[in-house]
Design a protein around this ligand. Structure first.
Ligand SMILES: Nc1nc2c(ncn2[C@@H]2O[C@H](COP(=O)(O)OP(=O)(O)O[C@H]3O[C@H](CO)[C@@H](O)[C@H](O)[C@@H]3O)[C@@H](O)[C@H]2O)c(=O)[nH]1
Ligand SMILES: [Mg+2]
Length: 197
């Protein structure tokens, strides 16, 4: 990332007593009957949903690329290639993810298929992510995509061959958990020889 792309304005340490970030002390009965004491900090986020958009005939997928601060803090540039995702804001996951598809990519799909649920960081983060796949039509765009500018989103839309995306997983260039899971699902169940999509 070039030096001019990020300007830090400051960092503050937030209270551990806030509703989202908590420290909990508890005793857990072990399998041998002993009680084990644990102190754990947890961070609560709204649940989320994510979807892999694919087209069988073209053998393509649609992914996004955006800046993720925690990844930058880990020492990488911080731009991650990911499946389309969003927080539920209290909505039904299948309904919410169809809206996110429009907001993020501009594509419009008729149906999404649920393929699983995942806690992406179960040691610390109280957040369940609902996983979907959906077939998109390359020509069927309802808007420009890119995310909601007013929410500070600046999202690049990447339409690419599935094989190129999968090669990025194998080369360690795609490092987002939900995205790896869905591309592996696609390899096994959508683009595999003899798969039905
Ligand atoms: N000010 C502020 N705004 C925030 C913060 N966190 C989130 N937001 C706002 O909430 C919006 C949430 O964006 P979404 O696109 O709905 O979700 P996401 O952050 O990309 O999260 C999705 O991907 C995550 C990573 O895999 C998932 O963890 C999550 O469940 C979801 O699927 C952001 O654009 C931003 O406006 C915060 O700490 N501060
Ligand atoms: Mg959203």
């Amino acid at each position: 990332m070039d030096e001019e792309s990020i300007r830090f304005q400051g960092t503050e340490t937030l209270s551990r007593d806030s509703d989202r970030l908590k420290k909990t002390s508890f005793d857990l009965k072990a399998r041998n009957g002993e009680w084990i004491h644990q102190d754990r900090e947890t961070y609560r986020r709204d649940d989320g949903a994510t979807v892999l958009l694919y087209n069988l005939a073209h053998r393509t997928v649609v992914l996004t690329r955006q800046f993720r601060l925690p990844v930058h803090m880990h020492g990488e540039p911080g731009y991650l290639v990911e499946t389309v995702a969003g927080v539920l804001e209290g909505a039904d996951p299948a309904v919410r993810i169809k809206e996110e598809i429009k907001e993020k990519t501009g594509f419009e799909v008729d149906e999404v298929r649920a393929v699983g649920r995942a806690y992406m960081s179960p040691a610390a983060v109280v957040e369940l992510v609902h996983l979907f796949v959906a077939e998109y039509e390359p020509g069927r765009k309802a808007g420009p995509g890119g995310g909601l500018h007013e929410e500070g989103e600046d999202i690049e839309v990447l339409e690419m061959p599935f094989d190129e995306a999968y090669a990025m997983v194998e080369r360690g260039e795609i490092v987002d958990g939900k995205t790896i899971i869905l591309l592996q699902h696609a390899r096994l169940s959508i683009f595999a020889e003899g798969a039905q999509g």
